[in-house]
Design a protein around this ligand. Sequence first.
Ligand code: TRP
Length: 431
Amino acid sequence: MTKRVLTGINTTGTLHIGNYVGAIRPAIQDSRNPDVESYFFLADLHALIKCQDPDRIERSRMQIAATWLAAGLDPERVVFYRQSDIPEIPTLAWMLACSTAKGQMNRAHAYKAAVDVAEAAGKDPDADVSMGLFCYPILMAADILIFNADEVPVGHDQLQHLEMARDVATRFNYTYAKPNEPFFTLPQATGGSAIEVLPGLDGRKMSKSYNNVIPLFEGGRKALDEAISRIVTDSKLPGEPKDPDSTSLTVIYDAFATTEESAAFRKSLCEGLGWGEAKKQLADKIDAEIGPMRERYEALMAHPEELEAILQAGAAKARKHTSAFLARLQHAVGLRSFAPLVQPKKAEKKAQKVVAVFKQYREKDNRFYFKLAFEGRELFVSQGFDSGRDAGQWVGRLKKDSSTLTDAPITFADGVTKEDVIAALNTFKED
Ligand code: TRP
């Protein structure tokens, strides 16, 4: 059975090769597994929580969309979309919020961290907490639950959010679903193939906040060389034997090389390869892999309309699922169309009702007549009128009020009673 794997991508900040090695590359590899139905999306509604600079929001999500595509994400094979293009997600988030206890959200790490920081600074505990931040886990639950994802590859810091998504789903199922027909699958957190941590220039985890990153595409080869030149090593001279484990250079090399290439690189260092030369080899190695991607990246960034078309197509694919599913959920909570309650009844009545038929016509004597038929029987014929209008007026009167029958200039057919005619005329009554 194919499983559904959903990957959420933050759209803040620019990416470095630690992101590429630890998250992007393995996720793209996993997406090629034929047993997996992959959903990838840009969490741009979440991005609004951290950033209120519209230009940065715009630029970041474009860069990040282009990065994933350039790195090989195939939008034909996976569903790749922006969260903000799927209106069913925030609608579901609201529905989930309404059946989730606030106390449960009070326990969220990100919220508590913001409170701790404010308190430490002597401020009101909620001083730096927007409702967006507070509701972050619910929006994230909606991201996942609207697709009924089986697995969500996430890092350690997101495990609690996955747990919350499961709780929120369970609560909603319990409130609205029949016992054995839950609406939501409970999603599993997985590590994907590797959420490994790449060391940065100084050996600590590569992270923007440590200012120790090697940029992925931004700045081109020049920026790559420049960052690599800053990798911390000892000051051994070319020709002196070096300890390959004394620097993050070799670990970064490993991430782009085969086992044999890594072994050869280490051996050269032990045999005296200069740091400068080693750095050049590392830069070449990385560039061999990401150079062609960088070209695709730059081409995409130069054609935002192509990116837009790809993401619109992705949103259309995603919404095929989400709009049908949200309709079911709305029905479940009672947000239902009024129409089905009224229309079938009306239709039923119409179908049952057989109406009598007036016919107006002209005879050879050039005069105007009308007659009434009901259930295949002719009930009466009128006298002749000089004008069609007069005949028509009688028809109108009779349809409206069967008591006018008494004065009507008509002749009943054989065997027809007044009651038969009144019953026929009553079929014109509106109900
Ligand atoms: N919170 C995730 C992160 O910081 C991003 C994200 C938003 C996400 N919605 C998601 C991840 C849904 C997985 C599924 O990395």
